[in-house]
Write a protein that binds this ligand. Sequence first.
Ligand code: PLP
Length: 637
Amino acid sequence: MRQRKVKNLEQKYEVYNDILVYEPSEIRGKWKKLAGDRPIYLEVGCGKGKFISELSALHPENFYIAVEGNRSVMLRAMEKIETNGTGNVVFIPHFIENLNDWFTPGEVDGIYLNFSDPLPKNYTAKKRLTHRDKLKQYFTILGKGGQVIFKTDNTGLFEFTIQEILASDLEIAEITRDLHNCPWIENIETEYEAKFSGLGENIKRVVIRRRNGEAKENAQMTQITSMAAYNGRNIPTEDKVFGASGRAKAYLAKHGHENTINATIGSLLDDDGNLIVLSSVEEIVHNLSGADFAEYAPIAGTPGFKKAVTKAALGNYEPNGFVKVVATPGGTGSIRNAIANYSCLGDSILTHNWHWGPYKSIAGEQGRSLETFEMFDEDGNFNLADFEYKVKKLTRTQDRLLIILNTPANNPTGYSLSMEDWYGVKNILDGIDLEKKIVLLVDVAYIDFAGETNETREFLSVIDTLRSNVLPIIAYSASKTFTFYGFRCAAMLCLAHNPEVAEEFERVCTFSSRASWSNSPRAPQIVIEKIYNDNNLMRRVDKERAKYREILQRRGKAFEEEAAALRLQMVPFRSGFFITIPYDNPALLCQALEKKGVFLIEQNQGVRVSVASISEDKCRKLPAIIKDTMDELAGVL
Ligand code: PLP
């Protein structure tokens, strides 16, 4: 909307000479002095000044600089300041070009951008106030801990901004797509906001900060040492599991199998450290025809696989919900697709503090972050209170929430939610506002090594009765179940309340597959289809798997018994591939153990033992080695 030009503007401006800064470059480097050493906040595009006048009155401990290129509009802003009489605001009557001309690095503490012009045409993107070049500029003048606080009603501009944040290696400190439903966030409405917020679009707000104070900046270097676009991701130099496993293999080559305990990899190995492959499955693989593996599979999976994997995932459970299936290359693909389709850019995904590390990378790769709840309370029970607290916290700022629960036989703890835990989860989700869209992704990667088939699937009856705003999705991996780790086979299944949501699930997840890896491998799908179409084969596979499940259970029990005898604390364990020992300095413990030929995986607050990859005998010996090493470290620390 064009503003009418104010008559005699020059004359009217003279009244405000004491709060006007016509030549901000002359004050460059001296703003702190002008501000009386108070923190300095900048509002870029202050409009008629409702926001800056109210904010400055609320916070006399701060100093504010309002910038506005439209002088007629800014006159209204200055009039407001005159009446609030706070004396902590000055005005710059210019459009911003290069803020570095006005401020020295670190001179400003925060920047507000309110309802900036969306400039919707693509060719004007560079001029948007949240374009990556502008964001970069803001952070050169912002001090340590400085933030940019941006709000808008324009969805296109908001989503553009999120992408620009990630492209700039910056971080989202806070985000909401419905600010007016977040009464705990101090919000001062602008004139525009007050007038237009009622007209349909929600107000969105994002707080932007530097990532851990680091900035990937290579422009100044004489030699280019980095070419990658980090896009907000933290990419370590080495994968923790494969790094430790590599060191274990090198140690074993030198010192022999008997002197090495390589409990790193989450694959089932025999007592000699060789990969266990179900022979029944191997036989079917060898009998595959060329077409069985050479032909593309349909993107969502072959019809036979979809039918078979539904039986595999659900067991005898007859669902009430509408089931749809999409094949993915490994459970990893299911997790990726769920994040892509059931969370928004910049959102937090919720999972337990003890979790499979890649959750964070898969979320970060897609511009989402991971928030965790404490999995256990002080008594070692599943921490429903913290789960509830975090679900409520996140659904206050997000319209939708993706929750990942990895059970039964959680990685890295070996914990399985009990039916009581599941009823608790249901109770909490039942209490969430129906307007909030919740997706509960149950990652059952270890289900077929966690216990008896139908017992481990009892929880399905609970998640199948959640309210209509909650969509349960099962991520069912064939990696462990059929010893298909490298074959890359899994499926994601929804239990939707109505056919529309189920059809949509199939459509959006198939689309994501197409856009990521296209088709999943056909051969493992055909193998699973063959197993489920032949009762004899099915029985053979089940029997063989049961034998290995028993071996795994014996290993877990052996470790558990020894740990109990030595009073070595374990994170609550039920079954499965892993056991975790809590420890405050896991890196130090892993280092010390590696010197003794014991290779474990460092977790945030503990060390993970893969009982799946070491013999029962080693499972019995290991607790004492860990305990002794802890005692030695306690003596040193
Ligand atoms: N979920 C958990 C908890 C895991 O530990 C793993 C693999 O180790 C996966 C999912 C995915 O495995 P894959 O992609 O091989 O099916």
